[in-house]
Design a protein around this ligand. Structure first.
Ligand SMILES: NC(=O)C1=CN([C@@H]2O[C@H](COP(=O)(O)OP(=O)(O)OC[C@H]3O[C@@H](n4cnc5c(N)ncnc54)[C@H](OP(=O)(O)O)[C@@H]3O)[C@@H](O)[C@H]2O)C=CC1
Ligand SMILES: N[C@@H](CC=O)C(=O)O
Ligand code: NA
Length: 430
């Protein structure tokens, strides 16, 4: 049997899809019992030099792909909300199954698109939308479906992990490493969505919705990016036996769901601390399976192409058996969301203070008034009469920390609060 594919977008991922399909054509054909052929590709730039070739139509006319009656599967790898959303709806209405890598779209319009796929009796798969080549969507939807998932903790943005790793390990500058990540095809078209945490927040909304069977909207996710992380913070983190990562955290507790993306200090012994460079990892805890961890390349042409081809192969099998297996909306619960003030973590606080007697004692008192105690303290001289202090608290409520920081800001011996970073200790993870 021959199954024909149309691709929307021939950029980093589009080229990866073509390459993976071509380089493993024989195995893919044997495993699916069918011949998967790319028939047409849409891109607005028909002239750009690309490292791929093949016997397909390259067109700038969407209808030439979307309305070709021979095409069975549409792969959307253009990115953005529109026209990608309209094109996917159009493809489904024209009887085609769809594979997309578009987390922007799935995080916000996933429900609508899954409903449309259901109504059309077609599949909609999105494995590449989270963790690039890591099979995490299939794991949550299928392999871990017998569990009540309690925790999903992840490093799910390759660009920021690449940047933080190079800053920490090679002492390199932020801007230079970001440019390198863009050139390697890891960053989004607008890299601010990587560095501001939005890309990870979109992925976390998708993961949390699947893990907890309750819709987590993008706007439900607390987001903070990496732009305030300095080389000093990375050096102090190393001194504390830790590292700094952009962490995505989703927890299902008795009080409700907690979903947050922010830089986090992690002890080097934490399972996620050794995930470096463009690699992603997702740590998932289920009540039956216990701890699991999924690791791999979270971005890049071939890893993302790998996830997309695996979705295409699932659809090819469904087409042959005349079925659809897309598990449409999995959100049958409506769990409450925890308020940010109820998040419970330890904190790293870096301050510049006057180097005078009783300053540290007063700081301890101000935190104690909010019921917060310190786990460790580092102090370094800065000039003749100033000192830099790094305080690491024991875990506390975020609301209590804000109260303490308000008092600290008002204390005249404190010259500046230079950074406050959440500290994810191993004992908080379960
Ligand atoms: N890069 C990665 O590692 C990963 C990316 N993704 C996701 O995959 C998708 C694609 O990403 P990526 O390949 O990196 O992006 P690119 O920008 O490299 O590729 C997108 C391609 O689609 C073209 N395009 C965009 N809009 C249109 C349109 N309306 N009509 C015709 N062509 C269009 C672009 O043209 P032009 O260049 O002119 O804009 C470009 O050639 C995104 O949703 C991204 O979030 C997911 C996982 C990993
Ligand atoms: N920009 C993203 C690409 C994959 O989703 C990342 O850096 O992880
Ligand atoms: Na994936």
């Amino acid at each position: 049997m021959s199954i024909k594919i149309g691709i929307l977008g021939l950029g980093t991922v589009g080229c990866g899809v073509v390459q993976v399909l071509q380089q493993n054509a024989v195995d893919i054909q044997t495993r699916t019992h069918c011949d998967l052929q790319i028939k047409a590709i849409l891109d607005r730039d028909l002239q750009r030099a690309r490292d791929i070739s093949g016997d397909f139509l390259l067109t700038d006319q969407p209808e030439a792909v979307l309305h070709d009656p021979e095409i069975d599967i549409i792969v959307e790898v253009m990115g953005g909300i529109e026209p990608a959303r309209t094109f996917i709806l159009d493809a489904l209405q024209h009887g085609k199954s769809v594979v997309t890598a578009n987390k922007d779209l799935i995080a916000v319009h996933g429900h609508e698109l899954l409903d449309a796929a259901n109504a059309a009796g077609k599949d909609l798969y999105f494995e590449a939308s989270v963790g690039g080549g890591i099979p995490i969507i299939a794991a949550l939807k299928e392999s871990l479906a017998a569990n009540r998932i309690t925790h999903v903790l992840g490093i799910i943005n390759g660009t920021t992990n690449y940047i933080l790793t190079a800053m920490a390990e090679q002492g390199r500058e932020y801007a230079e490493v970001l440019a390198e990540a863009q050139q390697l095809g890891y960053a989004e078209a607008d890299p601010s969505s990587d560095v501001d945490g939005l890309d990870a927040a979109r992925k976390l909304a998708i993961l949390a919705s699947l893990a907890f069977n309750s819709r987590v909207a993008l706007s439900d996710v607390f987001v903070e990016g990496i732009s305030k992380i300095t080389r000093e913070d990375l050096t102090y983190a190393a001194e504390l036996g830790c590292t700094i990562k952009l962490l995505a955290v989703a927890k299902h507790q008795d009080e409700g769901i907690e979903v947050r993306v922010h830089p986090a200090i992690l002890p080097l012994s934490h399972p996620l601390a050794s995930v470096s460079g463009v690699f992603n990892a997702i740590y998932v805890v289920g009540d039956a399976v216990g701890e699991t961890m999924f690791y791999g390349r979270g971005a890049g042409s071939l890893p993302t192409g790998s996830a997309i081809i695996s979705d295409i192969m699932r659809i090819a099998r469904n087409i042959q058996s005349n079925s659809t297996s897309s598990i449409n909306c999995t959100c049958y619960l409506d769990l409450p969301l925890k308020a940010v003030s109820d998040f419970y973590t330890a904190f790293y606080i870096r301050l510049l203070v006057k180097d005078e007697p009783r300053v540290l004692a007063t700081l301890a008192l101000l935190f104690a008034e909010a019921n917060i105690s310190f786990a460790s303290i580092i102090q370094k001289p800065r000039g003749a009469d100033q000192a830099e202090i790094v305080l690491v608290t024991h875990p506390c409520r975020e609301g209590a920390l804000q109260e303490a920081l308000d008092s600290v800001k008002a204390y005249s011996k404190v010259l500046s609060i230079d950074n406050v970073i959440r500290f994810e200790k191993e004992d908080q993870k379960s």
